[in-house]
Design a protein around this ligand. Structure first.
Ligand code: FES
Length: 105
């Protein structure tokens, strides 16, 4: 099963198995990791699932216009900012790593 590495705001690092078809957000929420709030439950309308995608960007689709617009409202946006609910894990995913910013709520 693909693994996703989450670096949390407190500096701890967690490796989580995330089944194909689930999002990077799902992997965090289902394992009760703090930091990704995911207020809207993954429907791309809250931006509280903001992460920095440090590795594995080639496995994911480019952000949609909707995602880009929402990211404009997130704090501390960087070029590698993504909404983790839009990062869907697929078979080939390997070495995906995200940093969870401390400003998601
Ligand atoms: S969970 Fe709301 S935009 Fe991702």
């Amino acid at each position: 099963m693909p693994k996703v590495t989450y670096e949390l705001p407190d500096g701890t690092v967690h490796d989580v198995d995330v089944p194909c078809g689930q999002s990077v957000m799902d992997g965090s929420v289902r394992n009760n990791l703090p930091g990704i709030v995911a207020e809207c439950g993954g429907s791309c309308s809250c931006a509280t699932c903001h992460v920095f995608l440090e590795a594995g960007e080639s496995f994911f689709d480019e952000p949609t216009d909707e995602e880009r617009e929402l990211l404009e409202f997130a704090e501390g946006v960087r070029p590698n900012s993504r909404l983790s609910c839009q990062l869907i894990i697929s078979d080939g995913c390997a070495a995906v790593r995200v940093t969870v910013p401390g400003t998601n709520g």
